[in-house]
Write a protein that binds this ligand. Structure first.
Ligand SMILES: Cc1ncc(COP(=O)(O)O)c(C=O)c1O
Length: 435
């Protein structure tokens, strides 16, 4: 064809044939690993990181490090999710950037918004109720019982026509009493969202927490029993809810078979955000998730060795367990009859070499108890009045806390149990052995 315009589109020479400048990788492998080494990752973790950053999906410009890049190999995020599905025995798992993102995406997915209420425990971490508020809904606090978990007998009275869900939060390594929680939720047709950030791998009557309600949310950060850095996860067996969680957590649509296609069914698409877990976090968290069972087993062994050795004392109430076989038990909490006794016991145990803390009345505020959740006050101060959840308010301050360690030997456990009995038998009245 004869071209008159000279345009490449008409067959003319191209204005720009090929870049002659040499592209440099955006993130060099060495550059990244020099940072990673400073965090003391294991050789296996470093090797996985090296493979994540040198995978070469953009050979000229360095690794892309994005989970949706579309390489033939599963991304690190997909590997993490496949492992999570296998470990927890669920149909769906989504890796997200943190536990707050897991909860917020879940709230958006279930339709939490203005005019809706979600029941949260009076004790746990503020991220749970903040996620509700962030979605525009109202957190309604429910008191706890002596397990320090949500008190199932107090949920029903809080349900209104606006209530759409309850969030039992399994915290400090123990589990909520899920059967009565599920019963009241099913009776009223509200969703059950389990916040498992502090008890991943714990079980209730043989089932993993996070698989009993409609959706399970996890934090996988350095502060939790597994996780290095920041991370989170959502699991569910519900296909439609899972689509909505994906949409809330990645509204750019990369999760969809055809990214920008119109809705495949009513309710598939709505306004969301972006909580993708990074490829680097995913590569670490694959290893972390593989370690979970070992972490749980070691913690349980310590707990089960110490607990039966402890006596019962008239002035001490031990934290109730909703499933002694399912708790992880990395922390022991118990309630002295008086503030003065609590302070004396904490001081004496610490002097024995057993680190124990006691908050006591008038202690500094703490975002783990509803009445101190100041960021919520601007909108929900009336929901945070101490008298609304008297048990949470009292027991949060009146708790002795002895941290346990998964690496203690049987001899360490015996020494700790003997030390606790030594102190309690001086300050309290022994009334028998633990069942
Ligand atoms: C019970 C609970 N839920 C949610 C979160 C939020 O997790 P993240 O810090 O990963 O956002 C935490 C974190 O401490 C938590 O303890």
């Amino acid at each position: 064809m004869i071209t008159t315009s000279g345009l490449a589109v008409d067959g003319g020479a191209k204005a720009f044939a090929k870049m002659s400048g040499k592209a440099q990788p955006k993130v060099g492998v060495e550059e990244f690993l020099s940072i990673a080494r400073r965090f003391g990752f294991s050789p296996e973790a470093l090797q996985r990181l090296a493979s994540a950053v040198s995978d070469g999906d953009l050979p000229e410009r360095g690794p892309h490090l994005g989970r949706y890049w579309g390489s033939a190999k599963p991304s690190m995020g997909e590997q993490f999710e496949a492992l999570a599905k296998d470990k927890f025995g669920v149909r769906h798992a989504l890796a997200v950037s943190n536990g707050t993102g897991a909860l917020h995406s879940t709230m958006l997915a279930i339709g939490a918004g203005p005019g809706r209420e979600v029941i949260c425990p009076g004790m746990g971490f503020m991220a749970t109720s903040m996620a509700v508020a962030l979605a525009g809904a109202t957190p309604v606090f429910c008191d706890v019982d002596e397990s320090l978990q949500i008190d199932p007998s107090k949920i029903e009275a809080l349900i209104t026509p606006r209530t759409i869900a309850v969030i039992p939060t399994h915290h400090w390594g123990v589990v909520c009493d899920m059967d009565p929680v599920m019963a009241v939720a099913r009776k009223h047709g509200i969703k059950v969202i389990e916040d498992c950030a502090q008890s991943p791998g714990a079980t209730y009557r043989g089932r993993f927490v996070g698989t009993i309600g409609d959706i399970g949310c996890f934090s996988i950060s350095s502060y939790k029993i597994i996780g290095g850095g920041e991370g989170g996860m959502v699991i569910t067996n519900d296909d439609r809810l899972f689509d909505r969680i994906c949409q809330a957590a990645e509204s750019g649509g990369l999760w969809r078979p055809s990214r920008c296609a119109p809705e495949r069914y009513p309710g598939e698409l709505f306004i969301g955000g972006n909580y993708r877990m990074s490829e680097l976090e995913s590569s670490i968290n694959v290893i972390q998730l593989r370690k979970l069972a070992g972490v749980v087993d070691r913690n349980r062994a310590v707990w089960r060795r110490i607990k039966p050795q402890l006596g019962n004392y008239a002035e001490i109430t031990w934290q109730k367990s909703n499933d002694p076989r399912g708790d992880i038990g990395y922390m022991m909490r118990y309630f002295p009859a008086t503030d003065e006794l609590g302070r004396k016991i904490a001081k004496a145990l610490t002097a024995e070499g057993i680190d124990t803390s006691y908050r006591g009345a008038g202690a500094h505020p703490d975002f783990h108890v509803f009445r101190d959740m100041f960021p919520l006050f601007g909108k929900f101060a009336d929901r945070c009045r101490a008298e609304l959840c008297p048990v949470a308010s009292d027991l949060y301050d009146r708790s002795l806390i002895t941290g346990l360690d998964q690496w203690w030997s049987p001899a360490d456990c015996d020494a700790v149990a003997a030390g606790i009995n030594k102190v309690l038998s001086v300050y309290c009245t022994k009334i028998g052995e633990q069942a």
